[in-house]
Every structure is written in structure tokens, then in C-alpha cells.
Design a protein around this ligand. Sequence first.
Ligand code: COA
Length: 392
Amino acid sequence: MSKMTIGIDQLGFYTPNYYVDLVDLAQARGVDPDKFTIGIGQDKQAVPPSSQDVVTMGASAANEFLTPDMKQDIGLIVLGTETGIDASKAGSLYIQQLLNLNPWSRAIEIKEACYGATAGLMLAKDYIATHPGKTALVIASDIARYGLETGGEVTQGAGAIAMLVTENPRIMALGDVSSYYSEQVMDFWRPVYTDEAIALGKYSTEQYIRFFELTWADYQKQTGKQLADFAAMTFHLPYTKMGLKALRTALPEADAVKQADLLAKYEESIQYSRQVGNIYTGSLYLGLLSLLEKNTNLQAGDEIGLFSYGSGAVGEFFTATLVDGFRSQLHAEQHQATLDARTQLSVPDYELVFKDKVPYAADNYQADPARFAGDFVLSGVTDQQRQYQVNE
Ligand code: COA
């Protein structure tokens, strides 16, 4: 009998239907556009209206692939987010309701900056190993918000990735060995009174690289594997130049041909993020999705490296192996069409949408119905309760 594999069976994606062009933003901020498009490596930034939050985006991403049969087998629903809408209650409970998921399940939320969804994925893997026949829905959903005219503004974004984790997955099987490392580091955090993160930008990029070097070296020590054993390396992408900085530290381990191949695959992995921006805990998985959907020569059996980083900080290097028929489970044309169909906002309009937000107060709030989009919306807040509905 062959060994049971556990991994990603389905990958869904959602991003809001508005974006701001970063050349426009650069000009409005008096910055050379090349800094944003080349130096940071971003072209467009998703702009979420207040009717989109981690619940609506996460539910829409999962709704892309969920069938009634799939819903029955789900026994674990994890929302990884650092943009939670409640300090106590898990956002996955609203998602469970919106998607009519099986109530005989564990519905929780995991927080550790951009690492939350990876923690969810690892929890799901262990859960499935001990609950044969059960599946897990792991959702990464976030709004990256640093504030108007801040250093981090160019690296904002919004979106969600949903993953169905199963036995004998149809996209990729997770490897048995991974390396994880945690250390209390003040590189990025968000006090509970505000929806804008505090980032020590330069310091956070240094920590990211340090955590990659630590976990990559430890993974190699545990397994004896070389860079050349990997068909592609994917990274958490707070902005697309960031992963490249980490990849470059490992590249000298491979010959020139392999280096060129890994750089070409890296380029494929950043195509979606260039158009969406940072989606925090989903960014690694948006990079993975982009690689799988933009690449044409990866094959079943190819092993992919994944580096997850959450400021604060936790890093994990782990691997996944593509399985037969993986391409037939992807939605490349649909995803690019969704990105192309978005509405461009001028910088003044982006600023208006940015400022129209659910208040950090007990006041009732009504989201602008003219900006409703996606499968689900937050219509407002009444008596301190968030009101979600299907977008008719
Ligand atoms: N043409 C091309 N490149 C240019 C340029 C131009 N005209 N002007 C600047 N650049 C390059 C710089 O050389 C630099 O490249 P490098 O990183 O390869 O050295 C890059 O653009 C960024 O410039 P820099 O001056 O370092 O940017 P910044 O001070 O505005 O900070 C961040 C950039 C990412 C740190 C900032 O946006 C931030 O704080 N983001 C939020 C936190 C974050 O995302 N952290 C990531 C780890 S989790």
C-alpha cells in the first residue's frame, strides 16, 4: 500500500474589484515611478471598499471551488489573518455561515502576522493525518494597510486565498520535513486601536532574510537536499522585490543554468502579486498560485520550496510536490480575466475609498451599496454587530 499523502487539493483566489496604478501613485507622491515598479516591484494595488473585509474576501475565495460534496467532508475551518474583525470571535464562523459549511467542524482563526495561513496549513495536515476521510478549509485573507503618504503605502493590497487540504490531493502533496523558527522581534505590529500597521521597513526586510537563511540552512541540514533539487522556490511576497532578495542569498549554491531557471520561475511566481499588492498571510500562496498558473513546463513530481514569514516573527521553510493532473485543477484564464476586469481608481478616488471605513467605535455604519462587489458583502454594522449578506 502506498503512503497516504496530504496536501493542497484546491486553490481559490479573490481580490477586490478596484485598483490604483502605482505609476499614478508615484506621481501623486512625488516619487520616481521606477522606484515603485522596479525598486519595489509592484505595478498595481488592490483597493478594498469598506464592504469587503477578511470574511467576505475569504468566503469568495473558497466559493470559487467548493461543491456541496466537498462541504460535507470539511471538519476544520481555519482563517489565517492579521486583519481580524473581532478581537475575540473567529471570522471563520461568519464564513461558515455564508458558505453553508458543515457545523460539525472546528472553526477557528489563527494570528501570527503573515505566517497565520501557514500555521493553518500545518494544523490541517496534522488534523487530516489523525482524522482519515476528513478535509480542512484553510483561508488566508487580509487587507494590508499602512496609511496614506507613508513609506509602506506602496506595499498595500487586499485579497484572499482559500485552500482545500485533503488526503491524496489533486494539486500538490506537502513534504514531511519542514524547518520553523520563532523569535520575538519588533519589526512590524498593529496595536488594537488602529487598522494601520506599524512597520520598521528596513529592519523587517533584514529579519525576513535572516529567518530565510536560518530555516533554509536547517532544512538542508535535516534532509541533505540541495537547491538544485527544487524545480522552483516560492516566497512570502510583501512586495515582489522582497522574495528576490532572499532567493539571491541561496542562488550561489546552484550552477548558472539552474540559477537562470529558478529566476525565471521566480518571475512567474510574482505576476499576480505585482497586480494585487501585499495580501499578508495569503501572499506566499498567491505567489504559488501565480507560479502554477503562469508556468508551462512544471511537471508532476517536481518539488517546490515555500518560505513563509510572519513578522514578530516566525519563519518556516517547507516543500510540496506536484501531482499528476495538477494543471486541470487550476483556473489560470479565469484569474487573469478577473484581474483584467477590475476598475481603475484615480489617486483621489483611491484616497476616498481608503478613508471610508468601518469606524473603530460603537457607531452604526452603512457601507456604500454602489461599491458592492464579489459574492458576499459587509452591508454595515448595526448595534455593534457586523451585517453580512450574499451580494445579489
Ligand atoms: N529606480 C529604480 N529603483 C529605485 C529607484 C529608482 N528611481 N529609487 C529607489 N529604488 C530602489 C532602491 O534602490 C531599493 O532597492 P533595494 O531594496 O534593492 O536596495 C528599493 O527601490 C526601495 O527603496 P528604499 O529607499 O529602500 O525604499 P523605502 O525606504 O521607501 O522602503 C519598504 C521600502 C519596502 C521598506 C517600505 O515600503 C515598507 O516599509 N514597507 C512595509 C514593510 C514591509 O513590506 N516589510 C517587508 C518584510 S515583512
